[in-house]
Write a protein that binds this ligand. Structure first.
Ligand code: 13P
Ligand code: SF4
Length: 323
């Protein structure tokens, strides 16, 4: 058989049909992060940022949740939904930043600074969440740190998000962990400056995982969910996107009159891109790969996520925004 664009299109369509059949049979819901491939976003029941997706999982009455994202996200969904089957279609889809710290290293850090509260970014393993006082996301990190009584705060694992929080909450002393996102950290100031000079009317919006020098050039700094809201509400017609390129799918679809530019070709998360329609079919057919967190870890990790939701005035099962 000769493969052409047409045969590829037919193949993708047959996979989508099969997914629709399997979803009905399995009583499944497909939850998809904003960085996923376009064709995976196309079959989503819900798309959103990491935390919004976990909370969306709580509201569903589906029996099976197929989580198209990375493992810490599926873990969070499972922690908040211990009675549901949560599947990650590709078991190797892990966030390298989340793997830059573990529970043992965090305990050692805590012993060094006994007066400090521990805040952990949701991009972390369940066992790191279990050792933390409170969780946070890129959209609520400033609010979470501000809410703490402690003057000192250990912030793990993303040093760029920690530095950004420090700039917004100067009254606290933030002790950073040397973790980073290998995709966002590659974006250079020069690339942003060049793209700005090519599109002088464009607003530059950046994710707080970018370097501080890049963030200084930003018109707006926010989570992936925040970017959709900002673009929709803005009078500007052009935007430079300082985060993973999967965002372009929905940004273009939801804002047909607006133009979007990537400052570099390197803003790709290889882990997110592992998930394909073929793996989603496999996941639904075989009911793999189930993500289950042992209850002793899950119960402590759940507390840290629930404390975060209390600070932001939400409950894990409450109505959500940002999806
Ligand atoms: P959001 O929570 O903003 O979607 O970010 C998740 C992430 O992994 C960013 O790299
Ligand atoms: Fe992790 Fe970076 Fe990928 Fe987000 S973009 S999942 S932080 S590696």
């Amino acid at each position: 058989m000769v493969y052409t664009e047409e045969t590829d299109r037919q193949y993708q369509e047959s996979l989508k049909k099969r997914i629709a059949e399997l979803k009905r049979q399995r009583k499944a819901i497909i939850i998809v992060h904003n960085y996923q491939r376009d064709e995976v976003q196309e079959i989503a029941d819900i798309t959103g940022d990491s935390l919004a997706l976990s909370k969306a999982a709580v509201r569903t009455d589906a029996e099976v949740i197929v989580f198209c994202g990375v493992s810490f996200m599926a873990e969070s969904a499972s922690i908040l939904n211990p009675d549901k089957m949560v599947l990650l279609p590709v078991k190797e889809a892990a966030c390298p930043m989340a793997d830059m710290i573990n529970a043992e290293k965090l305990k050692a850090m805590r012993n060094k600074y006994p007066d400090a509260a521990v805040v952990c970014y949701v991009n972390s393993s369940a066992s790191v969440k279990a050792e933390s006082d409170i969780g946070c996301t890129s959209s609520n990190a400033v609010e979470v740190v501000r809410s703490l009584k402690n003057k000192r705060v250990i912030f793990v694992p993303d040093k760029n998000l920690g530095l950004y929080v420090q700039s917004r909450v100067p009254e606290k002393e933030i002790i950073l962990w040397e973790g980073f996102c290998p995709s966002h950290i590659r974006l250079q100031e020069e690339e942003v400056i060049k793209t700005k000079s090519e599109h002088p009317d464009a607003k530059f919006i950046a994710h707080p995982e970018c370097n501080p020098g890049v963030l200084q050039l930003a018109d707006y700094i926010c989570s992936t969910a925040g970017m959709f809201k900002y673009v929709k509400a803005s009078d500007a017609k052009e935007f430079i996107i300082g985060t993973e390129e999967g965002m372009l799918y929905r940004l273009k679809k939801e804002n047909p009159g607006k133009l979007f530019y990537m400052p570099t070709d390197h803003l790709i998360c290889p882990s997110m891109k592992l998930i394909t329609l073929g793996w989603v079919v496999h996941s639904l057919e075989m009911l793999v790969y189930e993500v289950k967190v042992p209850e002793d870890i899950a119960s402590r990790a759940r507390k840290s996520l629930e404390r975060m939701l209390e600070v932001t005035g939400e409950k894990s099962g409450a109505a959500i925004s940002g999806v």
